[in-house]
Design a protein around this ligand. Structure first.
Ligand SMILES: [Zn+2]
Length: 107
């Protein structure tokens, strides 16, 4: 199966390890997904997604929903990555709190 750029439709081989088109920076996606994906990638959509994700609790719920939504592969992968990212930040903040707390205990 071929991969194509969503902006200029330039074709790439499946085994080529490229995610963004070198010519115009467009997402490179499997050819059979083009119809589904090209219409949902707009700056406005991403900003709305990011704003929703930054709402406490609600953002987390939406991230889980999106991460399981196969209808939009781009958003699904992005939401999965954001969940992992939020998990890392959460663990890191716990770790830093513990470090700071142990410092203050000694003072
Ligand atoms: Zn392109």
């Amino acid at each position: 199966m071929k991969k194509i750029c969503i902006n200029c439709s330039k074709e790439y081989n499946e085994d080529e390890n490229v995610f963004f088109c070198p010519d115009d920076g467009g997402y490179i996606i499997p050819e059979n997904l083009k119809g589904d994906i090209s219409k949902v990638v707009s700056v406005k959509d991403w900003i709305i997604n990011l704003l929703i994700l930054s709402i406490p609790v609600v953002g987390l719920i939406f991230a889980v929903i999106w991460a399981n939504d196969d209808k939009n592969i781009l958003r699904k992968n992005w939401a999965s990555a954001m969940l992992i990212y939020m998990g890392i930040l959460f663990l890191f903040s716990i770790f830093m709190s513990a470090v700071l707390f142990s410092i203050f205990i000694k003072l």
